[in-house]
Design a protein around this ligand. Structure first.
Ligand SMILES: C[S@@+](CC[C@H](N)C(=O)[O-])C[C@H]1O[C@@H](n2cnc3c(N)ncnc32)[C@H](O)[C@@H]1O
Length: 337
């Protein structure tokens, strides 16, 4: 699905310190906008874990819309709708929840990666589109989701009514700012050339527009470094209406993380890890709150039969029947001790 070293072309420069204030790009303070298709390395003891951080605004719209409509309907009398977005990467998913749920939503995004959390807290985002048809084909061939939200910043002739609504919301919350100049390093140019000659996918070259949140303080979205395995150390008990953990379980279920060399953990090793996550999810959610997973976890290398069995054991019931596919939206039906 994703080459892990696709971050270079997306490097831009901007000021980290003045994230909320008037922002003028300088070439001195460099932050890589790697969140969209990027990665960072997380040190876990002696192991280096590659965190793959691809994301997009309004990703998997059906799942997003279902969970937002559900909480609006089932918890409409509650003063706040508390949404925990795990594996939030650079923040696009958390902000999508906020934009769709409205004023009542209080969103906490967490991610294992320090760099993406730093990036999420800067409230500056890029909307990108593959530069030409060749790059669009590369993106399609490796199944990237990262540029599916391109219509938010670029013209598109055939928008669905849902996309029109998303675009309107996006324009309400975000304003366009200058995109800093960037230069591709010579070494990356050479590497891409060689990859192309070898018939392998080089970095996707994109055209980008940069946006910042008009009013981050009013949005009630916070971003912190956090691991779903230790959810109870940074969240309150029985408080959340939604816990989302989408497109990230493959990090937990595999030992190797290169797309082509994922090594699934054995069931004996994995079951207690998933069981702990199931218990933590149960603890953090209110009764009838939702545990939301991605729509393609299985294809990304996760054992969804095992995860489903663990969730059922830990007080969750299926919400959406997706035919032969695994269920990706679960409801907490009871507390477990
Ligand atoms: C492919 S991104 C998914 C982003 C977003 N949820 C989406 O669907 O667009 C996967 C993210 O999971 C994060 N991650 C991996 N293991 C994690 C863990 N144990 N706890 C929290 N975040 C984790 C990675 O750092 C990465 O940012």
């Amino acid at each position: 699905m994703l080459e892990i070293n696709q971050s270079y072309i997306n490097s831009y420069t901007h000021s980290v310190k003045n994230a909320h204030k008037e922002y003028k790009p300088t070439s001195k303070d460099t932050v890589n906008f790697t969140g969209r298709v990027g990665h960072e390395v997380f040190k876990n003891g002696k192991k280096n874990i590659v965190l793959i951080q691809e994301t997009a605004f309004f990703r998997e719209p059906k799942t997003l819309a279902y969970s937002v409509n559900y909480v609006k309907k089932h918890f409409y009398t509650e003063p706040k709708i508390k949404i925990l977005v795990g594996a939030c990467s650079s923040g696009e998913e958390a902000l999508s929840y906020k934009m769709l749920t409205g004023k009542k939503a209080e969103v906490l995004g967490f991610d294992l990666g320090k760099n993406v959390i730093k990036q999420a807290n800067e409230n500056v985002y890029q909307i990108s589109v593959p530069k030409d048809s060749k790059n669009a084909k590369y993106a399609k061939d490796i199944g990237l989701s990262a540029y599916k939200d391109f219509y938010l910043g670029f013209e598109s002739r055939s928008l669905t009514s849902e996309q029109k609504r998303y675009k309107k919301l996006f324009n309400h919350f975000f304003e366009k700012i200058q995109t800093p100049e960037h230069k591709t390093k010579l070494i990356d140019k050479v590497r891409n050339f060689l990859l192309e000659k070898l018939g392998q996918t080089p970095d996707i070259q994109v055209e980008s527009k940069t946006y910042k949140l008009k009013n981050p303080d009013k949005l009630n979205c916070k971003f912190i470094v956090g691991d779903i395995n230790n959810l109870d150390t940074f969240t309150s008990k029985g408080n959340a209406h939604i816990l989302s953990f989408r497109n990230a379980f493959y990090h937990i279920m595999n030992d190797g993380l290169d797309q082509y060399a994922r090594v699934p953990k054995t069931k004996t090793k994995l079951e207690p890890i998933l069981d702990n996550i199931g218990k933590q999810a149960n603890k953090v959610l209110k009764k009838d709150g939702l545990f939301v997973l991605g729509e393609h976890e299985e294809a990304q290398g996760s054992d969804m039969d095992l995860l489903s069995a663990v969730l059922q054991k830990n007080g969750f019931a299926k919400v959406v029947d997706r035919g032969d596919e695994y269920c990706n939206i679960w409801r907490k039906v009871k507390d477990i001790t």
